[in-house]
Write a protein of this length. Structure first.
Length: 272
């Protein structure tokens, strides 16, 4: 990798300056019968309240491991993660998760799938039922509440999964390659939908993606990870106004930033 590509762009302080997620000295090594497999080298990262951060990197660099650590689904080997100053030792209530597959229960209707976190957390059903219906309407799924997952398109299923992640009103939404299985046109529509949800709710979003244009289009900052064991190679501000339109992908600033990020991977002859 050339020296110029190692330089992290000068960052500006986000408009919302309260640090919501603090990642300090985070490391993860998986223990296997064949020996230790390092996944993450020390990672330090602050994510601010209401910020949209996207993470890109080569396959196997530990992107999904990072998300699982923030979600409290696995424990770090070293370092720590704090949300609102509280150490993450188990899955926090203030986090919603969207995976690559919608993971909807086939025998439950759309509305009952969305209500799953409410049932698991034993929250007030009446107030959250109203919120679930509003979220479905916002996501363009009004009238589909009583349909089953097999009656929905891939994009509609993923929108249902996003509503499920938001129904208990979490501060943070973690998304692990949520649109990777969708066709290109549906993926573009989902990018616009996710941008709108972020603007309307003000949620803090951490997105894992293999798509550099998707990361630049959606994020306030793009975090670039190195090869495994992964660490942060660079962080770039996305200085494009919101709301963003798909036409902005032709903007010189957009093109220059995607090329700069892509250069981290082409320098080694590979890219996801």
């Amino acid at each position: 990798m050339s020296a110029s590509l190692r330089v992290v762009s000068e960052t500006r302080e986000p408009a919302k300056t309260r640090r919501l997620i603090t990642i300090a000295g985070l490391e993860k090594t998986y223990r296997t019968r064949d020996g230790d497999v390092p996944s993450l080298r020390p990672i330090d990262l602050d994510i601010h309240d209401g910020e949209f951060v996207a993470v890109v990197g080569p396959s196997g660099c530990g992107k999904s491991t990072l998300l699982k650590l923030v979600a409290g689904l696995i424990k770090p080997t070293a370092g720590e993660i704090r949300i609102d100053g509280k150490l993450v030792e188990e899955p926090p209530d203030d986090v919603g998760i969207v995976f690559q597959s919608p993971v909807l229960l086939a025998w439950r209707t759309v509305l009952r799938n969305v209500m799953m976190p409410v049932e698991v957390r034993k929250l007030d059903r009446a107030s959250h039922l109203e919120r679930a219906r509003k979220l479905l309407a916002t996501a363009g799924l009004e009238g589909f509440e009583n349909k089953f997952p097999w009656q929905l398109s891939g994009g509609m299923q993923q929108r249902t999964a996003i509503c499920r992640a938001l129904v208990h009103d979490p501060k943070i939404v973690l998304m692990d390659e949520p649109f990777g299985a969708l066709d290109a046109l549906t993926r573009e529509r989902m990018n616009l939908e996710l941008q709108r949800i972020h603007q309307e709710t003000g949620k803090t979003i951490l997105l894992i993606t293999h798509s550099i244009p998707e990361a630049v289009f959606l994020a306030d900052r793009v975090v670039v990870m190195s090869e495994r064991p992964g660490t942060i190679a660079a962080i770039y501000d996305v200085k494009l106004p919101r709301p963003r339109r798909l036409e902005m992908m032709g903007d010189p600033i957009f093109s220059a930033l995607t090329q700069t990020i892509r250069g981290h991977f082409y320098a080694r002859g590979q890219i996801d």
